[in-house]
Ligand binder design. Structure first.
Ligand code: ZN
Length: 257
């Protein structure tokens, strides 16, 4: 929270102890807030200035003073909320459903096929299997769309998925390295690169398959801003630099291991 100093002595923080008074600004009364120590003196200065300028001095009405205080604290709260949002920095990174759909189209098609054949043959078991497959597919998409987030919460990198049941976190201060590790995938290939944030004693692993890589760039920038010791491997260095990096790699016998 920003410190709000008394404009008269410029010493006291009045964020939580503001006293409403007035100053005469080119003959115009202007409300200001000062600290407790300055309050009497400031009001006296205003009174003297009013008399010197031949303006009738009227004591500050309690109602007016309270209204000014209310506005002062409302503005402080709004500012605190904004700066809080800035340290959080961003919205969480979420999977891109546009990337997600193609990889799941096989499942609803298979489910529909089972359903259609089941219905055509009046086979209740086939129909149930078809409905279950559809339900699984909807659950997968719903999980990715609404329950999978990579975010900074307080002082930690937090990844949540599986309807919020699975959570991984690494304190930003303990973050040492961000790797693009690939794991063995289907058809003796390898997976899309993972976003592996390694801390001292915990790790966050996120499969980037359903994500746009460029959405990681501001996230990594924020992490490095908070912890300048974080190392990036070549893949994530290129992503952080804003390069258009492909998730695909050509398989060599070595890359499978
Ligand atoms: Zn003061």
């Amino acid at each position: 929270m920003r410190i709000f100093r008394c404009p008269r002595c410029r010493a006291e923080d009045i964020s939580a102890d503001a006293h409403p008074t007035r100053v005469l600004d080119n003959g115009v009364e202007r409300p200001v807030f000062v600290c407790r120590n300055c309050y009497r003196a400031a009001e006296l200065e205003f009174r003297i200035a009013s008399q010197t300028a031949d303006i009738g001095y009227v004591p500050l009405a309690i109602r007016d003073g309270l209204r000014q205080l209310r506005d002062f604290y409302r503005a402080r709260l709004a500012a605190a909320r904004t700066s809080d949002h800035q340290t959080r920095g961003m919205n969480p990174i979420r999977p891109d459903l546009g990337l997600l759909w193609p990889s799941f189209t096989f499942f609803p098609l298979a489910a529909l096929a089972v359903l259609v054949f089941g219905a055509a043959g009046s086979d209740p078991v086939m129909i149930v299997i078809g409905l279950l497959l559809l339900a699984v597919n909807i659950a997968i998409v719903a999980n990715q769309a609404y329950f999978t987030t990579l975010d900074i919460e307080g002082d930690a990198v937090v990844f949540r998925t599986n309807f919020g049941l699975h959570e991984e976190r690494v304190p930003i201060g303990a973050l040492q390295r961000i790797d693009a590790k690939r794991y063995p995938g289907a058809h003796s290939g390898v997976s899309a690169p993972f976003f592996v944030a390694r801390g001292r004693d915990s790790t966050v692993k996120v499969n980037t398959k359903p994500y746009r890589l460029r959405s990681f760039a501001p996230f990594i920038a924020l992490l490095r801003q908070a912890n300048s010791h974080v190392e990036l491997d070549p893949f994530w260095s290129r992503v952080a630099a804003g390069e258009d990096v492909s998730k695909e790699i050509s398989l060599t016998p070595r890359s499978r291991w």
